[in-house]
Design a protein around this ligand. Structure first.
Ligand SMILES: Cc1ncc(COP(=O)(O)O)c(C=O)c1O
Length: 390
């Protein structure tokens, strides 16, 4: 029988039936240790009782009304996110790409309101911002662009973690914003030098540009702070979130502050599903669990320990280029393509990811136990040794 699904994914030959914390069980009853969290989504692990309970309870009361009416959960979740981030207003949507679309529309309108003919946004080489036309155009990866020309115009590309490259464009009167990931995720887990965001903040202030941070992967504790910008003493003008906000319930958010707060007005932007009572109930439960269980303050230290343990098990191995990360975003870069490791790990009952072709990426759930973490270090190190020595 032909596959009824569009051919957009080269899927692995496994179907998961249920999950529990940091483990997943497939339809054959085999259990796997999940070091990927559904790509930085299930930070609280699978089937978290408090999240499941909140979703069940809300679904029995009300799932959807549309944004034509007041939605209490949405207001409460917005208040929570504002309290945690010091941003001022929130627009809820359903995914990361939609959150970034919102940010890009804010930038465009911010420019149009100043009569800038071609409002342009500085974006980074090696970045990832999504798969819609505007967000794939913002993305700094030729493979993502391939086949989709003409791209949306109005993007200027510079190297990541290169302040001089941004300064080079300060005379360009078309520029209205910078869109940047605080740590590049899909691009291979690149942590910029300390002070990078602060320097970008300064350039934006001096030039009346908006600093727009894509925290879709880094946000909600992944790097050891609620939001990665909190490692530096700044706030952005716009921040986008998605992934971990619903622990698997689809929800995204675009937060704005200062000059960006009131750019969008009724008629400019909208969504049928975005921020519905069910998605926001999940978001509220996620934040509640993160607050009460105090996971986030442990993530920076635990992430550093993981990186150091991988360094001690792997640093003598020929073929390791770099082991790096921030919090629970970890990359192990090899000197050769290693996509094969994903299938080899799966056979061993371990879920990992390879990004940029040569970098093993780990995004473990915050609930991974000490024993499970030791299992991850042991099994993955062994796999990488075997792979590089074969
Ligand atoms: C930094 C970043 N931005 C945007 C996106 C797109 O999010 P979504 O797949 O929910 O549209 C991703 C997804 O991987 C991401 O990592």
């Amino acid at each position: 029988m032909s596959n009824p699904l569009m051919n957009t994914y080269a899927r692995l030959p496994v179907t998961f039936e249920r999950g529990d914390g940091a483990t997943l069980t497939d339809t054959q009853g085999k259990t796997y240790l999940d070091a990927l969290s559904g790509i930085a989504v299930c930070s609280l692990g699978h089937a978290h009782p408090a999240i499941s309970e909140a979703i069940c309870a809300q679904s029995k009361k009300l799932i959807h009304t549309s944004n034509l009416y007041q939605i209490e959960n949405q207001q409460q979740l917005a208040d929570k996110l504002i309290d945690l981030s010091a941003m001022e207003r929130v627009f809820f949507c359903n995914s990361g790409a939609e959150a970034n679309e919102t940010a890009l529309k804010i930038a465009r309108k911010f420019g149009n309101e100043q009569n800038i003919a071609n409002p342009s946004v500085i974006v980074m080489n090696n970045s990832f911002h999504g798969r819609t036309m505007a967000t794939l155009s913002a993305t700094g990866n030729d493979k993502v662009h391939e086949g989709f020309q003409p791209l949306v115009s109005g993007f200027i590309r510079v190297d990541y973690d290169d302040i001089a490259a941004v300064e080079h464009h300060t005379q360009n009167k078309d520029i209205v914003a910078i869109l940047v990931e605080p740590v590049q995720g899909e691009g291979g887990v690149h942590v910029p030098q300390a002070g990078y965001l602060t320097a970008l903040r300064k350039i934006c202030d001096e030039n009346n540009w908006l600093l727009m941070l894509d925290e879709i992967q880094t946000g909600l504790g992944r790097t050891g702070e609620w939001f990665a910008f909190q490692h530096e003493n700044i706030t952005p003008d716009v921040m986008t979130l998605a992934k971990a906000l619903g622990n698997g319930m689809p929800i995204g958010a675009c937060l704005a502050k200062g000059r960006a707060t009131n750019v969008l007005v009724p008629g400019n932007h909208g969504t049928t599903f975005g921020g519905n009572p069910l998605a926001c109930a999940a978001g509220l439960a996620v934040i509640n669990v993160l607050e009460t269980n105090q996971y986030i303050p442990t993530i920076a230290k635990k992430g550093l320990a993981l990186v150091n343990q991988f360094k001690s098990t792997l640093s003598d191995q020929a073929g390791i280029v770099d082991i790096r990360g921030r919090g629970y975003m970890i990359g192990i870069q090899l000197d050769r393509p290693c996509a094969q490791l994903v299938g080899l790990a799966l056979e061993k009952g371990l879920l990992i990811n390879v990004t940029r072709g040569d970098t093993v990426r780990l995004l473990p759930p915050f609930v991974m136990s000490t024993e499970q973490t030791e299992q991850l270090i042991h099994e993955l190190s062994e796999l990488i040794h075997d792979f590089l020595n074969q």
